[in-house]
Design a binder for this molecule. Structure first.
Ligand code: F0G
Length: 353
């Protein structure tokens, strides 16, 4: 794959709604690692084959790039004057980068004070116009929907169907890498587009004869932002996993349908469970993800303890975003490194402490 890899539209073109006339805007997203996580499995799901799909390895550090290459390419094809989104951070970073590559203006609305530092840096650095809204993601998305109806801006949140088309390639890639479909696919759920997209990808691969079984889809929400688990809109969602701090997911129906049709589950985990998994995967597997991503691993641990995962099953967990996006959370939960005088003895004393 490596020598000729030219992004997900290039590789999965026949499954995607593009033609020769579509100008392909790509940063060579996709083809991300699928890592066999044996050490972590011993802690959270002994007896299962645990694999991690490292979506933080995409060009802007999250899975959003798979959807954004499609959404931005189609925006160009359709003559959009600008692209716009609401975001908890990653969508804005991805839109800003792909918009820059396409030469389109990018407008993004983010919840003030509630997006990780690295994501804000990305959006600003790529030249997007970033507006911090005194409210949450759900409120920002409502405003974006209104403005995109009124003006000639292309909305690039996951309610844009091209976003899900692009994101479904992650499911196909997992099957290509494993050689078969997993027994379970576990992923964090916020606005619920990604789980909807994965299920679409698995189903299309099944229909195309590329796989002979379908996985059970397991969606994991943060306890303070778990509208799908609780069956009601959460007015004031709260969680340390700011990426999934969403109370009224746009793809509500798609997510529940994926879970129902695949005989999966929708579950929630506490912030403490998220942070435990966040630290554990970094220490046991050398993979640094952002807190929201670790919700999927915390979910595996909880589902396994509850007897919901069969021993011997193949469990694929998507880690949706890179840990470097949110250095504040990482530094906040670890002891700061010791600081000593620049002498051999002081350094040795510190190491032995
Ligand atoms: N993980 C990360 C790191 C995310 O950024 C998001 C969503 C999710 C999981 C959940 O995916 O919304 O498809 O269910 N981030 C969006 C954003 C909302 O604006 O960046 P989902």
């Amino acid at each position: 794959m490596m020598a000729s890899w030219n992004g997900v539209i290039g590789y999965y073109r026949k499954f995607l709604p593009v033609t020769e006339r579509t100008p392909v805007v790509t940063l060579q997203e996709g083809n991300t690692p699928l890592i066999h996580a044996k050490r972590l499995a011993a802690h959270i799901c002994p007896g299962c084959e645990l694999y991690i799909k490292v979506e933080g390895s995409n060009p802007t550090g999250s899975f959003k790039d798979r959807g954004m290459t499609l959404a931005v390419s189609k925006s160009l094809e359709n003559g959009a004057k600008a692209i716009m989104c609401a975001s908890t951070g990653n969508t804005s970073a991805s839109a800003a980068a792909y918009g820059a590559k396409a030469g389109l203006p990018v407008y993004v609305l983010v919840p003030a004070g509630n997006i990780a530092l690295g994501k804000l840096a990305q959006a600003i650095m790529h030249g997007a116009i970033v507006v911090q809204v005194e409210g949450n993601f759900d409120q920002a998305l409502n405003i974006v929907k209104e403005l995109c109806q009124e003006y000639d801006y292309e909305l690039v949140n996951s309610i844009n169907p091209f976003r899900l088309e692009g994101q479904k390639t992650a499911a196909m890639e997992v099957c290509d890498q494993l050689g078969f479909a997993p027994t379970y696919h576990v992923l964090p759920v916020g606005n619920a587009g990604n789980i909807t997209a994965y299920w679409k990808g698995y189903q299309e691969y099944f229909s195309a004869g590329q796989i002979s079984t379908l996985p059970k889809m397991m969606g994991i929400q943060a306890e303070g932002a778990a509208p799908l688990v609780k069956g009601m809109v959460i007015e004031h969602p709260q969680t340390i996993a700011s990426a999934i701090r969403i109370g009224n997911p746009a793809s509500w129906h798609g997510a529940l349908e994926a879970v129902r049709a695949s005989d999966g589950v929708i579950e929630m985990v506490t912030d403490e469970e998220i942070l435990d998994a966040y630290r554990l995967v970094a220490r046991e597997e050398g993979i640094f993800c952002e807190p929201a991503s670790a919700a999927s691993l915390a979910g595996v641990r909880k589902l396994y303890s509850a007897g919901c995962l069969t021993t011997g099953g193949t469990v694929v967990c998507t880690l949706t975003g890179h840990g470097l996006k949110d250095p504040d959370t990482a530094i906040g939960i670890c002891a700061p490194p010791l600081r000593v005088n620049a002498t051999r003895d002081d350094v040795m004393a510190a190491l032995e402490r």
